[in-house]
Design a protein around this ligand. Structure first.
Ligand SMILES: C[S@@+](CC[C@H](N)C(=O)[O-])C[C@H]1O[C@@H](n2cnc3c(N)ncnc32)[C@H](O)[C@@H]1O
Length: 257
């Protein structure tokens, strides 16, 4: 690793608690280099100095390093498995489920969870924790307003029931919004709540180093009840689930033994 990037990592960690060393290096470096070059800086050192006195630049850095792309019912086939296979089994063990959307970005994922759960219970009985590192993403999640393209995978009956069209945008119904509690949290540094029935952590692990992933899988496993399930993204299968006391329940779903 270049000294320039190493110093940058150290400085960012001191300032924000975010450890860029736990993110895949080549990918992260590429993203950040293209940003500082676009803004006219010559290296990471220069960029960091400017960032410390320019809040807008700092926000731009945060925005570049956290990739917020999301959509409702992302990889719809998996959400069907969640609804038809995983949830009925979880609900046999417990009538109320403790559910966490980890790295929830702009809210599409926790709101999709609420909508799926509403097939089994009244929304007033649904309660979901949703966390992300990025407070800007959380603010947008709380607003709950989305462009049409975010809703492409939403089943039509759900779209009619839980969204209100407002000009070019769609607003999530208040009854759905009320089920989700948003919190800022760094998965790589902060403690986890415990006793979850279902943890959904999708499309963020791909950015982490293998070492960071290993630590996280252990933490997720400890945060689940026995019989609880971890739902991961569609490129994120765990190759040695038994290391973490998981067994494969279905593709991309792991049950804590
Ligand atoms: C591509 S989005 C995934 C959103 C959603 N889970 C999905 O699958 O559509 C990745 C999210 O991970 C968040 N993130 C990145 N590093 C994180 C960390 N260390 N702790 C918590 N969230 C993090 C980013 O802020 C971003 O919102």
């Amino acid at each position: 690793m270049s000294q320039d990037y190493l110093d940058f990592i150290t400085n960012v960690k001191r300032k924000t608690g975010i450890d860029l060393a736990l993110y895949k290096e080549a990918q992260m470096k590429r993203r950040l280099t293209s940003l500082y070059e676009k803004r006219g800086f010559k290296d990471f050192n220069d960029f960091y100095k400017a960032m410390t006195s320019d809040q807008k630049l700092f926000d731009e850095f945060l925005d570049r390093m956290t990739i917020n792309v999301s959509e409702f019912y992302r990889n719809a086939v998996r959400w069907k498995v969640l609804q038809e296979k995983i949830l009925p089994k979880l609900l046999k063990q417990n009538k109320r489920l403790k559910v966490w959307s980890a790295a929830c970005s702009t809210g599409e994922e926790p709101y999709s969870l609420a909508m799926v759960l509403s097939n089994f219970m009244s929304l007033s009985d649904v309660s979901i924790l949703a966390t992300d590192l990025d407070s800007n993403a959380i603010s947008r999640a709380k607003a709950g307003i989305y462009p049409e393209r975010s809703l492409q995978e939403v089943p039509l009956d759900i779209k009619a029931k839980y969204f209100q069209k407002d000009g070019m945008f769609y607003k999530v119904e208040d009854a759905v919004k009320k089920t989700v509690t948003f919190k800022k949290q760094n998965l790589l540094a902060d403690n986890f709540e415990q006793n979850f029935d279902l943890i959904v952590c999708r499309n963020v692990m791909i950015y982490f180093t293998d070492e960071a992933k290993d630590v996280l899988y252990h933490k997720f496993s400890r945060a689940l009840k026995p019989g609880g399930v971890l739902f991961v993204g569609s490129t994120e299968q765990i190759f040695n689930p038994q290391t973490y006391q998981f067994e494969t329940e279905d593709t991309f779903f792991y049950r804590k033994v």
